[in-house]
Design a protein around this ligand. Structure first.
Ligand code: EPU
Length: 466
């Protein structure tokens, strides 16, 4: 296992290029299962999650190989397998994206039910509701979703839930409906650009879909779909992460390969916080000088601020000149980064789905633990903006979703080293000296009164005893 050793305090300056979107690439790779012929995908990032899904596709009778030019070629050679087993789905819950394509093309699917997740409760009831509406019989047995449908028939499907729509659920229902008989409407469909990208590829394959990017999709089923060549959209979450990195380190970055429209909400937050953001075509220029101004931010489904940037913005606002409130309405429990940011000196209190952040002028390096993909990114940015050295452990979370992020950041002035997670690699600066380890002794006469909450607890105890 690796860890990152980060020496903070360097403003980032220079030019970086954003890669293809992980969350578009995954459902698009899964959708290659519905095509006749070889699907060629450009811009699929080299990530652990992509490798995991390639294994899933191979286990389902498809070849998935990188060409010399970096394109990913997917070709179905055996239509029989239908099992996405626990070992693969356990590694990456987005493996559930094969459910819709399998059902649409092979009329049956057996996919391990994804389990718990560090960012909160993530059921797939809406996926199943949508597929059932198209006529699939679905049971859950021995931890697997068993789905079958001799024929799928178009229907009216509503995909809204308590936290908005579902991104991968919309992808699943869409990928099945394109091969169903008749017309399907999906209302409360997810409007995320990643769903639009999948829809555009399906249209190029011969699917008939209207309303992409809106909450109402209309799909007229067709008999067969042909493989195409497709370029995945740029990763708006990577772009946003780099924009926040520029702002947090008070640097100046030119970020290439972005879609400004996909970044509208994050851009607005950054501008309110005092960051200068300008777009020229597909290039963003981001510059920040002083401390960020406090901002209240709510993560919402697209076109709102993405939940996948909530942790990074929380890290930024930890350095703001005042109090900010960050609320996550998509994943209300996605706050595992808070205690780790506090180890760096941030002052944050969690209240339900909100983080109340009392900005501090500086943070200082510490050893912190990544809990999920975007939390790792937030900790990395916070470490870059902290004084001294930090260590980020469990960095495999970062590798699931960012392509060579530390190399990109180093190319614009960051000082990040990837080393094996070993006590010998812990920087000296994070090891306390013998002097620092000794707890100061006090005379009993010097003993300060206990903090208020302790006194209250003591009184309570006393009352109970009486
Ligand atoms: N939900 C349900 N029932 C369902 C599905 C979802 O109640 O059947 C709830 C979820 O619990 C959550 C909300 O609806 O509260 C939104 O979940 P959604 O289904 O949209 O999430 P997802 O499709 O599982 C994708 C991304 C996530 C991203 C979310 C929200 C992929 C592979 N994953 O997940 O990305 O946070 O949409 O935008 O596309 C990440 O990249 O770090 C990541 C977690």
């Amino acid at each position: 296992m690796d860890m990152l050793v980060v020496r903070g305090g360097h403003p980032l300056r220079g030019t970086v290029t954003v890669g293809g979107a992980k969350n578009a690439a995954l459902p698009i790779m899964a959708a290659a299962l519905v095509a006749e012929g070889t699907t060629v995908l450009h811009g699929v990032p080299e990530l652990v999650d992509v490798t995991t899904l390639s294994h899933v596709l191979r286990s389902l009778g498809a070849s998935a190989e990188r060409r010399a030019d970096g394109a990913l070629e997917i070709r179905v050679v055996d239509q029989q397998p239908c099992l996405a087993d626990y070992e693969l789905v356990r590694r990456m819950r987005a493996s559930v994206c094969v459910l819709g394509p399998l059902l649409g093309r092979r009329h049956r699917a057996c996919v391990s039910l994804p389990g718990g997740c560090n960012i909160g409760h993530r059921p797939i009831d809406l996926h199943l509701k949508g597929l059932r509406a198209l006529g699939a019989e679905i049971t859950i047995e021995r931890g697997y979703v068993f789905a079958r449908a001799d024929r799928l028939v178009g229907a009216d499907v509503y995909l809204g839930g308590s936290f908005g729509s579902t991104v991968t659920g919309t992808c699943n229902v869409l990928s099945a409906a394109v091969l169903a008989e008749g017309t399907t409407t999906i209302s409360a469909a997810a409007c995320e650009p990643e769903v639009v990208d999948l829809g555009n590829m399906l249209i190029a394959m011969g699917a008939r879909i209207e309303g992409l990017g809106t909450p109402l999709l209309r799909i007229d089923g067709v008999e067969a779909l042909n493989a195409v060549e497709h370029t995945v959209i740029p990763d708006r979450i990577e772009a946003a992460t780099l924009m926040v990195a520029a702002a947090m380190t008070r640097g100046e970055l030119t970020i290439e390969n972005v879609r400004p429209a996909h970044l509208a909400a994050v851009t607005d937050v950054l501008r309110v916080a005092g960051t200068r953001v300008e777009f020229h075509g597909s290039t963003a220029h981001v510059r920040m000088t002083g401390a960020p101004r406090p901002v209240d931010v709510t993560a919402l489904p697209y076109p709102g601020v993405p939940t996948d940037v909530q942790a990074q913005l929380t890290a930024l606002l930890a350095l703001a000149d005042g109090i900010s409130v960050v609320t996550d309405k998509v994943f209300p429990d996605r706050f595992m980064h808070i205690p780790e940011l506090m180890r760096l000196g941030a002052s944050i209190r969690r209240e339900g789905a909100s983080a109340i952040i009392n900005g501090t002028p500086r943070m200082s390096g510490a050893c912190v633990m990544a809990s999920d993909l975007r939390a790792s990114a937030a900790l990395l940015l916070a470490a870059l903006a902290s004084d001294g050295e930090s260590v980020i452990r469990r960095v495999y979370h970062l590798d699931r979703g960012y392509e060579r992020l530390e190399r990109k950041l180093n190319s614009v002035g960051a000082d990040i080293r990837r080393v094996p997670d070993d006590p010998d690699n812990m920087p000296q600066s994070l090891q306390l000296s013998v002097d620092e380890q000794s707890v100061p002794t006090m005379d009993s006469s010097d003993t300060p009164p206990p903090p208020k909450f302790l006194r209250h607890a003591e009184n309570k105890e006393a009352t109970v005893r009486r």
